[in-house]
Design a protein around this ligand. Structure first.
Ligand SMILES: [Zn+2]
Length: 253
């Protein structure tokens, strides 16, 4: 019963969480700007009314523009809001009990990191490093010492694999390929999902990143070998789905 109420609460709160996370990701690392990042127009500075703040719908209703000056609304606003809703709905459908809350909170934290990465090509340490002890604690809480060992191995291996690839790339190509933020994020993935989930996380992350590149090229982004593309958003999605795969009663069947 409590779990059902919590499920409803998570889904009902998700559009507003998404709106806040997107605004915060846009202001990061200047938290003082979080409120301004969503509550006023970028073009004319007009304070937005309550209807213009309704997540997703306000964007569609206004066709992505300010009603006074026509300045475009930041594209990631509806994307972040819609993603936050999908995270809550997926978490509720795929998991049971307290794991649902954990999965949704993990998903929202990852969403914030992914949005920051899309904008700045940096993953915030506060999320990637913060998720490592949180994941170890969750693994211990759900599976005792046994799972804590797998989670610890996963965190170490996740970091070493991507940091190693990044270092190798830098030596061979003489420039940054994979950021250390990606390595910290995969370490968090290992901590939440365990060592054995790492291949899944990387595979999902790579698949979604390539899918994103395909979509971007459809919209006219020219592809070249020097194209910089953030791996963080795909990897973040990989960690979220990895946790669902590891913890869902649907996947265990
Ligand atoms: Zn305006």
């Amino acid at each position: 019963m409590i779990a059902a109420i919590l499920d409803i609460f998570l889904v009902a709160a998700s559009p507003f969480v998404g709106s806040f996370l997107t605004a915060a990701s846009r202001a990061w690392p200047d938290w003082n700007r979080v409120v301004a990042a969503r509550s006023s127009c970028d073009g004319c500075g007009r304070t937005l009314g309550p209807l213009e703040l309704v997540p997703v719908f306000s964007f569609l209703f206004q066709r992505g523009k300010c009603r006074s000056c026509g300045t475009g609304i930041w594209t990631l606003h509806p994307v972040g809001e819609a993603a936050a809703i999908m995270i809550a709905v997926t978490g509720v459908l795929a998991t049971d009990g307290w794991i649902t809350s954990l999965a949704v909170l993990l998903g929202w934290a990852l969403l914030f990191a992914a949005l920051v990465d899309l904008r700045t090509f940096l993953l915030p340490d506060v999320i990637t490093l913060g998720l490592i002890p949180a994941g170890l604690a969750v693994s211990y809480g759900l599976g005792g010492l046994d799972e804590l060992v797998w989670a610890t191995l996963g965190a170490i291996a996740g970091y070493v694999i991507l940091a190693g690839i990044g270092l190798l790339y830098r030596l061979l190509r003489g420039r940054e390929g994979l950021g250390m933020g990606d390595a910290k994020l995969l370490a968090a993935g290992g901590a939440w999902c365990g060592l054995l989930a790492l291949p899944w996380i990387v595979a999902i992350g790579a698949g979604l990143t390539l899918f994103g590149v395909a979509i971007a090229s459809l919209f006219g982004t020219r592809l070249s070998r020097d194209l910089a593309l953030p791996f963080g958003p795909g990897l973040a999605a990989g960690v979220f789905f990895g946790f669902l795969l590891a913890r869902s009663p649907l996947a265990a069947g």
